[in-house]
Ligand binder design. Structure first.
Ligand code: SAM
Length: 274
């Protein structure tokens, strides 16, 4: 029978809470996806991170708990009203502490880098995220009540909840103790400014392909060099802008040169057999 990891987690001595997230959302149930599953679910069950939701409907003065209205100037859709959102935000701030950083999720916000997410986890300041819906949020609320706006990227999704969950997960990975092995995060793409090296696991043969022999050589130094070479080569091929302005040390320069030579040799060999 599989061990009951959940009760083992719950029986463990609870660590001090390292990071507290507050969410202002019309759909608190959606956050079950991060509070019940995977890395974030375990971190919440063991008390390493906390997540609290405030629903603006609970702060609406309208008899039917309405929180949206038609846009001034006309046009499609509805806009989230400032008063219930402001009240929910103030309650969240009072609960999480005055030093909480408050952000609105918005496609017009700024995209965060891995480095910034690591810094957020390191400072462990409570983070309040406001999730928009419909056409968005009354501009006056954004101007007065949030510190900044954050985006997931240059595309539009239907609500801020998915964006908030992505950020909770990405930040939680850097809260000490959340990952079983802290090396996982430090070896991930972007941690050192490079993409991660490729990964392989059993079976050793799959679809007529083996695994790079160095990975089963048992030579740790050779494995380290191979991984660094792949990380440099992949970054150069897929995201060259990450290498621009970066000074490579002599080992890195040599490994990248080897990667490029091997690539040329490989494509010449492929060409001559085709
Ligand atoms: C349909 S969108 C509104 C988009 C808005 N009309 C605009 O074009 O800027 C509804 C909500 O989804 C969230 N959202 C949409 N795209 C997002 C993105 N790329 N990053 C973060 N949040 C986003 C925001 O909270 C937004 O208020």
């Amino acid at each position: 029978m599989a061990p009951d990891t959940r009760s083992a987690e719950l029986n463990a001595v609870p660590p001090t809470v390292s990071m507290r997230f507050g969410i202002v959302t019309l759909f608190p149930q959606m956050f079950g996806a991060v509070s019940e599953y995977g890395v974030t679910g375990r971190a919440m069950r063991t008390g390493l991170i906390e997540l609290h939701c405030w629903n603006p409907r609970d702060y609406s003065t309208d008899a039917s708990r309405r929180v949206d209205d038609r846009p001034y100037g006309g046009g499609p859709g509805m806009v989230l009203q400032a008063p219930p959102l402001a009240e929910a935000l103030r309650t969240a701030r009072a609960s999480l502490g005055g030093d909480a950083h408050s952000v609105a999720l918005s496609p017009q916000g700024r995209c965060l880098s891995q480095r910034e997410l690591i810094e957020i986890a390191r400072t462990a300041k409570p983070l309040i995220m406001l999730c928009g819906r419909y056409e968005g949020i009354d501009e006056r609320l954004l101007r007065d009540e949030v510190d900044e706006e954050w985006s997931l990227g240059d595309f539009v999704i239907s609500g801020g909840e998915l964006a908030a969950m992505v950020l909770i997960d990405a930040i939680a990975r850097h809260v000490p103790g959340v990952l079983g092995d802290a090396r996982s995060a430090s070896e991930d793409s972007f941690a050192s400014g490079l993409l991660d090296a490729p990964h392989y696991t059993r079976p050793e043969q799959y679809a007529g392909q083996g695994v790079p022999p160095v990975l089963i050589s048992g030579n740790h130094q050779a494995v380290r060099r191979w991984r660094l070479k792949q990380a440099l080569g992949r970054t150069w091929q897929r995201r060259p802008e990450l290498l621009a302005g970066r000074t490579l040390d002599s080992e890195q320069s040599q490994l990248l040169a080897e990667y490029r030579e091997e690539l040329v040799a490989h494509s010449v060999a492929e060409h001559s057999t085709s």
